[in-house]
Design a protein. Structure first.
Length: 209
């Protein structure tokens, strides 16, 4: 059981420090809408992680067959990331005059729920987490008992969730020192990062199949 716990921590640490579009999305959401929206986004991401882990462990054989189409999954995810980045840039509102020292935009409960759904689907449609979670689930399926797998993935999910919450807290500290114009620039940069990751994924599939 100790080995399962240590492996869970190791995988959780790897996921937490891996540079991907979700990290920038968490920071951007927290900066623009405040810490509550950041927590809602993280909650959505966490729910999708749990869903993928459950599906991966309950249907290991089915998942193995799905992973045969990982290139198709990667292509679809790469295209979606590019579209999300482009739409964010094209539909982004310019900050209004006199908003240089504005605070985070206010959201109601419906707005926070919508942010949570964005986190859920962005993580669920990202080929990176899908392939990683399902690959690990199938890998450990015949190498660990059910109790060991429960401990491993529970430890991993808790570690990742705690790290994402920490990112929201740190983003909140930064937001107090930023102006609306700076936030707008950060939104543009994060959108470009989404596009870059999407192009990278497509390029990797096309040139290194």
């Amino acid at each position: 059981m100790l080995e399962a716990f240590i492996k869970g921590l190791a995988i959780g640490f790897y996921l937490s420090v891996s540079v991907g579009p979700l990290i920038f999305a968490i920071i951007k959401t927290s900066l623009r809408y405040g810490h509550k929206a950041g927590y809602a986004f993280v909650a959505g991401v966490s729910v999708s992680d749990v869903l993928m882990v459950l599906v991966g462990n309950l249907a290991a054989e089915l998942v193995q067959s799905v992973l045969q189409y990982k290139h198709e999954i990667a292509i679809g995810g790469g295209i979606l990331l590019i579209l999300m980045g482009l739409l964010t840039i094209l539909l982004k509102k310019e900050p209004k005059a006199g908003d240089d020292h504005g605070i985070a935009e206010k959201l109601d409960h419906k707005g926070h729920f919508t942010i949570g759904l964005q986190g859920f689907f962005m993580n669920l449609l990202n080929p990176g987490p899908i392939i990683l979670w399902l690959s690990w689930c199938t890998y450990f399926a015949n190498r660990m008992t059910m109790n060991e797998r429960i401990l491993l993935f529970t430890t991993c999910l808790i570690f990742v969730l705690a790290a994402d919450i920490l990112k929201v807290v740190l983003a909140g500290k930064l937001r107090e020192k930023l102006t609306q114009k700076t936030l707008h620039k950060i939104n543009i940069v994060s959108s470009i990062i989404l596009i870059v990751f999407g192009v990278f994924i497509l390029g990797k599939v096309i040139f290194y199949p």
